[in-house]
Design a protein around this ligand. Structure first.
Ligand SMILES: C[S@@+](CC[C@H](N)C(=O)[O-])C[C@H]1O[C@@H](n2cnc3c(N)ncnc32)[C@H](O)[C@@H]1O
Length: 221
């Protein structure tokens, strides 16, 4: 599927496709309220909207991404509410049946995540967890009873850290999909640094992506 993509907006790729495939394999409750966090072109949100969701919302910190996602949805005749903001910040008090995210997760060579520029789509602090940890901390309180969070990231940014952060919030979390993807230009460009830090093996040319699913189990009362 082709998406309108202004300069600097993330091109949907292997991680995007792995997440949408897994969403459709899992299925959504009819009429589900869905939120796509870090929407970029809106590819994941539109996949949910076209797959039977009731109300789809999406958020991105980038003004260009918000513009692209709104336009892409409109061009397809899909209803998606796209807002500009920081992760779940704009959704105070709202609950969703499904929260989806393909956030920035690439371990950076140095410093905190950038505040501007195209690297904001992938750079995620030294350990790759700057955004993941915040999503794990805040998404659970936005899940309706019986709702699920589905998120994709690389094993390089720590699968156990994600699982235990979500379990600590009372969710039932597991890895539901894995796929090896060849390094793209960003990973190739920082391979030497990641190798020096022991994050990848000498000669490694691909990374494993995982989809993590976390369910808010209904309470019995
Ligand atoms: C890896 S891209 C994923 C884009 C899209 N979901 C996809 O799968 O193709 C990550 C996106 O997160 C956005 N982003 C980065 N920091 C953010 C933040 N603090 N709040 C919301 N979005 C953010 C970037 O602008 C970028 O569009």
């Amino acid at each position: 599927m082709l998406f309108l993509r202004p300069p600097g907006v993330y091109r949907p790729q292997g991680d995007t496709h792995l997440l949408t495939e897994e969403l459709h394999r899992a299925g959504m409750p009819p009429g589900a309220r869905v939120l796509d966090v870090c929407t970029g072109t809106g590819a994941v949100a539109m996949s949910a909207a076209g797959g039977g969701a009731g109300h789809v919302s999406a958020v991105d910190v980038s003004a260009r991404a918000v513009y692209a996602a709104r336009l892409n949805a409109r061009l397809r005749g899909l209803r998606v509410r796209v807002v500009r903001g920081d992760l779940l910040g704009p959704f105070a008090g709202e609950r969703f049946d499904v929260i989806l995210s393909n956030p920035p997760y690439v371990p950076a060579v140095s410093g905190p995540p950038p505040a501007h520029g195209k690297a904001r789509a992938w750079d995620a602090g030294g350990d790759g967890r700057a955004l993941l940890d915040r999503i794990c901390a805040h998404a659970p309180r936005h899940l309706a009873e019986g709702g699920m969070l589905m998120m994709v990231h690389s094993v390089l940014s720590g699968v156990e850290a994600t699982l235990s952060a979500l379990r600590d919030q009372g969710l039932k979390a597991s890895v539901v999909a894995r796929r090896n993807e060849p390094f793209g230009p960003v990973m190739r460009g920082r391979a030497a640094e990641l190798r020096a830090r022991g994050l990848i093996e000498p000669g490694q040319r691909d990374e494993e992506l995982v989809v993590i699913r976390a369910d808010r189990v209904e309470s019995r009362s």
